[in-house]
Design a protein around this ligand. Structure first.
Ligand code: SF4
Length: 689
């Protein structure tokens, strides 16, 4: 028994699923995962986890893992050695670069990979290929929030931590479903609401769990958020409830901005949003009566044609009421993936180097050019939306994509998948043979977080280390090692022996990480950026100044953009989002037995009214059609949705039920984030129950 016990190992890791960033110990024996044990030392979650963190790890040992490189030969994939695959990639990319220029190649980065891997991916794009054509999946989710915050307060992250959310007087949740998407954060809100008298307002078109618990639930018409948020802001100013001292001292463009609110009267908002005047006054009054307000938002705001402007309107409301820079206040765009924040922070974006230092700024560019001994193009590169269109046009010839199921997760899947077919050379690096991998020329087997060292950044800007638990399965390798091997075959001469050396390089270049080091992050220690040279970090931003040269925040005028409408025959509004038990396209969670046992697939939520009108019951098989494609799914009658608003989880189990066969290529006008939430469909019964 003593021998057996000695072989049990405990290793600290950080969850691979959502942006909350729970950390815990993994107990293992050989390759067997015995249990996940959260501990009091975990800075975010203490002794809590959700079902995904607790039971969602079997995928690591799935017999469907990719364990060997694959090369497409005569239309079929054949196993290859690493040397063959890497030599082929290096020679093809070099050839395409020489023939069509570096701008004919793009890189799609992964929010599932570490900060160090994302840092190397952007270095690979900029220094080895010579292009800023690099982007990550924040383009599909929170880019509009980042843009709205960069306009108004200067940094693109949450302005405080979960501690602030928990201690706030009023938590206002708009277009987010934390109980399923950010479960451990939701637990903290539920506790504060139940035990400490925290007030909770939810604005949503679906009555999810937090909506049902809210003190006040607002149900606006889809895609009208900017209007009612601006009307609430205007009403607060009209009542003279705005924080005049804060505005005078700390905010610019106050008078100019206030003038632009004239049209957002209660009457106009009532007509456009379907919310009553009483609702709007009640929200304004609750904000006015609270000493501290946090606003949390997610895809219900950001996946629309006017998403950056709606995010800006939220930040404007917080500024007008003085809800920045004090404990319990601030803006919290909730990050989806475990490391979508880090992928952005470490520079996998077409216009930003690591730490949000602009590519267009010559001093910053020179800093990188000197450090890397290369020239970097001065113009921002293509984002992933541009890349898809450029492939269709024939100007982008090659794509190197890692850890991203772009063929199902980007909007308008038929359009995206057909662009993959036009590529001259397509590399996909992943842990499973994904839908996207089916279109590749070379598929490389990567290693998940449990098989490597690294760091992730959670939604509150907290950097945390995770440690290697197992060796990579079969011949798979950590992504950072693969990039190094490809880069060196293209003449880069990189020599990293551990991810800590990559972090040291990032810290030497990006100001917000200057005090970050693996030593300081040892074990359950963490640092919240910006981190100063002496290692002190910044859990609560904007206490003294905002992140602009004059230290002042900026009110930014915005107007409403109407949503995309498909036409009258598409008479049902299709909302979409997550399920608690599964994550996105499900490549990991559907391969975890505990989760699949609990929830084996998805369903379409329909209202009682629609069920009655169309003869739907639980289990009716329906076909949904939009101008872009169709899906088949079974219905579930519920009171979580109302009228002709239905809800389809994005966690498709079968290929023909993936929501993005229905979505369009319409997008946020500023950031090109797809308008996933602007879909109308028609419904037809295929099989009654
Ligand atoms: Fe993982 Fe998020 Fe669940 Fe925490 S709340 S265990 S980070 S999925």
């Amino acid at each position: 028994a003593a021998m057996r016990k000695a072989r049990i190992e405990r290793t600290k890791t950080v969850c691979t699923y959502c942006g909350v960033g729970c950390s815990f110990e993994v107990w293992t024996k050989d390759r067997q995962i015995l249990k996940i044990e959260p501990t009091h030392e975990a800075p975010v979650n203490g002794i809590s986890t959700c079902v995904k963190g607790k039971w969602g790890w079997d995928f690591v040992n799935s017999d469907q893992r990719l364990t060997k490189p694959l090369i497409r030969k005569n239309g079929a994939f054949e196993e290859a050695t690493w040397d063959e695959a890497l030599d082929l990639i290096a020679s093809k990319l070099t050839e395409i670069k020489e023939e069509h220029g570096p701008e004919s190649i793009g890189v799609i980065a992964s929010s599932k990979c570490s900060n160090e891997e994302n840092f190397l991916a952007q270095k690979f794009a900029r220094a080895v290929i010579g292009t800023n054509n690099i982007d990550n999946c924040s383009r599909y989710c929170q880019s509009p929030a980042t843009a709205g915050l960069l306009r108004t307060v200067g940094l693109g992250g949450d302005s405080g931590t979960m501690q602030d959310i928990e201690t706030s007087d009023l938590v206002f949740v708009i277009g987010a479903n934390p109980a399923e998407s950010h479960p451990v954060l939701a637990t903290r809100v539920k506790r504060a609401h139940k035990l400490f008298g925290q007030k909770l307002i939810v604005a949503d078109i679906r009555e999810h769990e937090l909506a049902q618990r809210a003190d006040f639930l607002m149900h606006p018409k889809p895609s009208t958020d900017l209007i009612w948020i601006s009307a609430v802001t205007k009403y607060i100013i009209d009542q003279d409830w705005h924080d005049k001292e804060f505005l005078a001292k700390r905010v610019s463009n106050v008078d100019g901005y206030i003038k632009t609110l004239d049209k957002f009267t209660l009457e106009y908002a009532e007509e456009m949003t379907g919310l009553s005047k009483e609702d709007l006054i009640k929200a304004a009054t609750m904000i006015h009566e609270a000493n501290s307000v946090c606003i949390l938002w997610a895809m219900g705001i950001t996946q629309h044609s006017g998403a950056t402007d709606a995010s800006t309107a939220i930040s404007n409301l917080l500024l007008i009421t003085g809800n920045y820079g004090r404990p319990g206040t601030g803006a919290y765009p909730l990050r989806g993936h475990n490391n979508v924040q880090g992928a952005c922070d470490f520079g996998t974006m077409p216009s930003w180097f690591p730490g949000y230092e602009p590519v267009g700024n010559s001093e910053i560019r020179e800093k990188y050019e000197k450090a890397w001994g290369v020239e970097i193009p001065k113009d921002p590169g293509m984002d992933n939306h541009h890349m898809v269109e450029a492939i269709h046009k024939g100007t982008l010839k090659s794509l190197y994509l890692f850890g991203e199921e772009m063929g199902l997760v980007d909007a308008n899947s038929n359009h995206v998948q057909s662009c993959f077919e036009k590529l001259d050379f397509f590399v996909v690096q992943d842990i499973f043979f994904s839908k996207t991998a089916q279109f590749a020329d070379v598929v490389l087997p990567a290693a998940p977080s449990l098989e490597k060292d690294g760091t992730f950044v959670n939604t509150e800007r907290r950097i945390q280390r995770f440690y290697k638990v197992f060796d990579p399965l079969g011949d798979s390798k950590p992504d950072w090692q693969i990039f190094q091997e490809v880069a060196n075959r293209m003449g880069a001469g990189w020599n990293y022996s551990h991810p800590s050396e990559i972090m040291d390089e990032a810290a030497s270049l990006a100001v917000i990480f200057e005090g970050v080091s693996y030593d300081r992050l040892e074990g359950f220690n963490s640092q919240v950026w910006p981190v100063h040279k002496d290692g002190t970090d910044s859990p609560l931003l904007y206490q003294e100044k905002f992140a602009f040269p004059d230290g002042k925040a900026r009110l930014f005028a915005v107007d409403w953009t109407p949503p995309y409408e498909a036409g009258e025959e598409y008479d049902i509004h299709l909302n979409n989002g997550r399920l608690l038990e599964h994550f996105h396209e499900g490549n990991m969670t559907y391969r975890s037995e505990g989760l699949t046992h609990k929830v084996p697939g998805i369903w379409l939520e329909v209202s009682h009214e629609l069920a009655e009108e169309r003869n739907l019951t639980d289990g009716t098989l329906v076909k949904l059609t939009s101008p872009y494609g169709e899906v088949k799914v079974r219905t579930l009658v519920t009171d979580r949705v109302k009228g002709k608003e239905v809800y389809l989880p994005m966690n498709s189990f079968a290929d023909d039920e993936a929501v993005n066969y229905l979505t369009s290529s319409y997008h946020d006008l500023v950031t090109h984030t797809p308008a996933y939430k602007e879909i109308n469909v028609k419904m037809e019964i295929l099989e009654a129950t």
